[in-house]
Design a protein around this ligand. Structure first.
Ligand code: EPZ
Length: 418
């Protein structure tokens, strides 16, 4: 397993241009299963999860050609088969093939994704919505087996929680269902809009109201389409927080600032000096940052995927801060590791209490999940001395070769084999 060696008191200068969003690319790649024509995608990030999704789709017979940041997926000749545990456990987004397979074949057998470091990650909201469209499910030997009598039928669905994955699964199942589907209390994340835009380019008929209700009229067939994946708002937010922590002049480009309004307002409340343009953010040094209270919530609230990074920043601010994590039941795995780096954070149920004015000191730490691991990188960049971050495969799932990306911007960061 690889580890990262990071020298502290890092410099950071210049700018970064943000690549495509992992959490938009994954469902959009799966949507190719709904069509027999080729789906051409641009701005695809080079990440382990994208590689795994390509492997999963090839497993069904998809023909996938990738060149630089583009990928062409053709699912004309695919065969239905089980999605086995080994693939699904490595990448929870595999569950997103359930809706498209039910739409295309009327049946699907997928290993239950199981939990992960941040929570049990159930799929009840996915299954409840797909049942409303006419699917039946049984769970046997750790697999969920879905069956549709003849065709999926449009329905009025109200999600019990605005689950991102469930919204995506149900939306993809509904685009060729018979009649109209309404999804109320759907997730409003920008990645949902990106998926709907791509499906509409493929010939679907999806309209999303201002309130976020998704209205779908089923169509018979989808056709070829080209689509540019939206930029990764979480990677953008991570680099913005890095620049504020290092107190350096830096610019984050090619990101829709509307997608990270909650982060921007939290940083401004702390006293960060940020200048916004439509598709870029300029961070300038500031005299001091003050602690604040935030809580994570579904979009447009503060994103849970930036919670760990924010916690690292709060350790450097003056005074106390608090973070309430409302989305996942176990998303504070980075706390003990940040404390090893010199933070002073205590957790009580779903609230983390962060003491400020801390100085990070280099240490050996362990990554536990994707976003926790990047919060350790941010702290290590600010620490006195050298840090070693183990189990870097977590990081590679969501950040393209971070040692090169950051290395080009000033920090001394190298990857070593354990
Ligand atoms: C997506 O996961 C993202 N992953 C996550 O990003 C992100 O943290 C999450 O949305 C929330 O924004 C991808 O897009 C691939 P949810 P997803 O369904 O769809 C509960 C990252 O770091 N729930 O909105 O799995 C669930 O347990 C990853 O890039 C049910 O109870 O998230 C959780 O507590 C991590 N039943 C909450 O809802 C269900 O059927 C939010 O989950 C589904 C979800």
């Amino acid at each position: 397993m690889d580890k990262l060696i990071i020298k502290g008191c890092a410099n950071l200068s210049g700018e970064i241009s943000i690549k495509g969003s992992k959490n938009s690319a994954l469902p959009i790649m799966v949507s190719a299963l709904l069509s027999e024509d080729t789906l051409k995608l641009r701005n695809i990030p080079k990440l382990a999860d994208i590689e795994n999704m390509s492997k999963l789709l090839r497993n069904y017979g998809s023909i996938i050609k990738s060149k630089s940041d583009s990928i062409e997926i053709n699912c004309k000749k695919i065969i239905n088969k089980d999605a086995d545990y080994d693939i699904v456990r490595k990448m929870r987004a595999s569950i997103l093939i359930l809706g498209p397979l039910l739409s295309r074949f009327g049946k699907a057998k997928i290993s239950l994704p199981g939990g992960c470091a941040i929570g049990t990650r159930p799929i009840d909201i996915h299954l409840d919505g797909l049942k409303k469209l006419g699917a039946n499910f049984k769970v046997e030997n750790g697999y969920v087996v879905g069956q549709v009598n003849n065709q999926l039928i449009g329905s009025h669905i109200k999600l019990s929680f605005p689950s991102v994955g469930a919204t995506e699964n149900i939306m993809m199942a509904a685009v060729k269902a018979k009649g109209k589907t309404i999804i109320e209390n759907a997730a409003k994340e920008p990645e949902i809009i990106d998926l709907a835009n791509c499906l509409n380019k493929m010939g679907a008929n999806i309209k999303i109201t201002k309130k976020g209700t998704i209205n779908i009229i089923g169509v018979k067939k989808l056709h070829k389409a080209n689509h540019n994946i939206m930029s990764d708002r979480i990677v953008a937010g991570t680099f913005i927080i890095a620049a504020v922590m290092l107190n350096k002049k830096f610019e984050v480009k090619d990101v829709d600032t509307k997608h990270i309004e909650a982060l921007i307002s939290a940083l401004k409340n702390m006293g960060a000096n940020i200048k916004l343009k439509k598709n870029s953010i300029k961070i300038m040094p500031t005299n001091e940052l003050n602690g604040i209270k935030i809580q994570t919530s579904p979009h447009p609230g503060f994103p849970t995927d930036l919670q760990a990074q924010m916690m690292a920043l709060m350790s450097l601010a003056n005074g106390k801060s608090q973070i309430k994590e409302n989305i996942f039941e176990n998303r504070f795995m980075h706390v003990p590791e940040l404390n090893r780096l010199g933070a002073k954070i205590r957790v009580k149920k779903d609230v983390a209490f962060i003491s400020g004015s801390r100085n990070f000191k280099g240490a050996q730490v362990m990554a536990s999940d994707l976003r926790a691991s990047v919060s350790l990188v941010l702290a290590a960049l600010c620490a006195e001395g050298e840090s070693e971050i183990n189990r870097v495969y977590h990081l590679d799932r969501g950040y393209e070769k971070i040692e090169n990306t950051l290395g080009k911007l000033g920090p001394s960061i190298k990857r070593e084999k354990n």
